[in-house]
Design a protein around this ligand. Structure first.
Ligand SMILES: CC(C)(COP(=O)(O)OP(=O)(O)OC[C@H]1O[C@@H](n2cnc3c(N)ncnc32)[C@H](O)[C@@H]1OP(=O)(O)O)[C@@H](O)C(=O)NCCC(=O)NCCS
Length: 297
């Protein structure tokens, strides 16, 4: 197993030095199983979200995950054998199967594609740039507590837009959870809004490094921050509002010394991928998913 871990870490490091957390497996939790085949080892786990939580909006209620590490001369064959062993195991609860894989380590991913896994979500990263000191856009200003209703409206619209791509699901509890979440986090976040004629038409929210530790190990350059919300109302899209919001956030991130800013976006979202690439982000990890039955949302 140590050989496999060392081989995996070396191959990923050569493919992408920014991809973090690849030199070990997470510690097995209660009831979690190691899956081992020649040349590969994985930790099988299950995430369950309560129906009334905000997590249940951002993903399915049950997700079966495989944390996979693959060494040896034929990564595709080894990952394929590991996936076959994992997918053959009986499961008491239905739910999609998910594998997070370093995006630039492409040597093994055919094993996922030919077994019905599809790329669904990208974890993208923007390395720090020297602070530019550019002028701020007059349409954009820091968010205040008075913006909560306007931001909540845009956050709900973001959820509805993202839900089209099959991972995010609006729940009956979503509006209330969003308001609670914003009430708790806005004062501790770096957040800006765009305003037109007194109406909030765009928002960006960043969790500063102390509140982004849960995702920081996905990269090797820290401190890391997490950009959790970006939305521009359809009425103002394509006129630079998103870029102005991103510029305000990046100016703060770069001045603070944040080494890497991370975000998630759906691979199938036709707006976010090109937009984030223009803003200096690129894929670090890709989540490959084999969907369960539609009822398992
Ligand atoms: C992604 C989003 C925030 C971009 O906001 P926006 O205000 O439309 O973006 P901008 O006008 O600032 O565009 C920035 C650049 O992308 C280009 N662009 C934006 N939308 C485009 C489109 N539909 N087609 C082609 N180019 C587009 C702009 O021309 C601009 O290019 P430039 O830098 O060369 O001038 C917005 O589309 C949105 O809210 N989408 C739905 C929610 C979403 O996907 N959020 C991100 C989830 S991770």
């Amino acid at each position: 197993m140590l050989d496999v871990l060392a081989g995996h870490a070396a191959r990923v490091r050569a493919a992408d030095p920014l991809a973090g957390g690849q030199d070990r497996l997470p510690k097995p939790g209660l009831g979690e199983q190691l899956v081992e085949v020649p040349g590969a080892v994985g930790l099988a786990s299950m995430d369950r979200s309560g129906l009334d939580t905000l997590n249940a909006t951002w993903g399915p209620l049950v997700v079966h995950r495989l944390h996979a590490r693959v060494g040896g001369p034929d990564p595709e064959a080894a990952l394929g054998a590991l996936l076959d062993a994992w997918t053959a195991a009986p499961r008491r609860e239905p739910g999609p199967l998910a594998v997070l894989w370093p995006s630039r380590d492409t040597a093994a991913v055919r094993a996922l594609a030919v077994r019905g896994f599809a790329p669904t979500v990208t974890v993208a990263a923007r390395p720090r740039r020297p602070p530019a000191g550019q002028a701020t856009d007059p349409r954009v200003r820091p968010a205040t507590a008075d913006d909560l209703d306007g931001i909540a409206r845009l956050y709900e619209a973001l959820v509805a837009y993202d839900a089209q791509f099959g991972w995010v699901t609006p729940r009956p509890s979503t509006p209330a959870r969003i308001r609670e979440h914003l009430t708790g986090t806005l004062p501790r976040s770096w957040a800006w809004v765009a305003e037109h004629d007194g109406t909030v038409t765009g928002v960006v929210i960043v969790d500063p490094p102390p509140r982004s530790r849960w995702i920081a190990s996905m990269v090797t350059r820290m401190p890391a921050a997490y950009l959790g919300v970006m939305y521009a109302d359809p009425a103002v899209r394509g006129r630079g509002v998103g870029a102005a919001l991103a510029a305000a956030a990046h100016a703060r991130l770069d001045a603070w010394g944040v080494a890497t800013t991370l975000l998630h976006h759906a691979v199938a979202n036709p707006l976010s991928g090109p937009f984030w690439a223009r803003q200096g982000y690129r894929p670090v990890h890709t989540q490959w998913v084999r969907q369960g039955r539609p009822s398992a949302r």
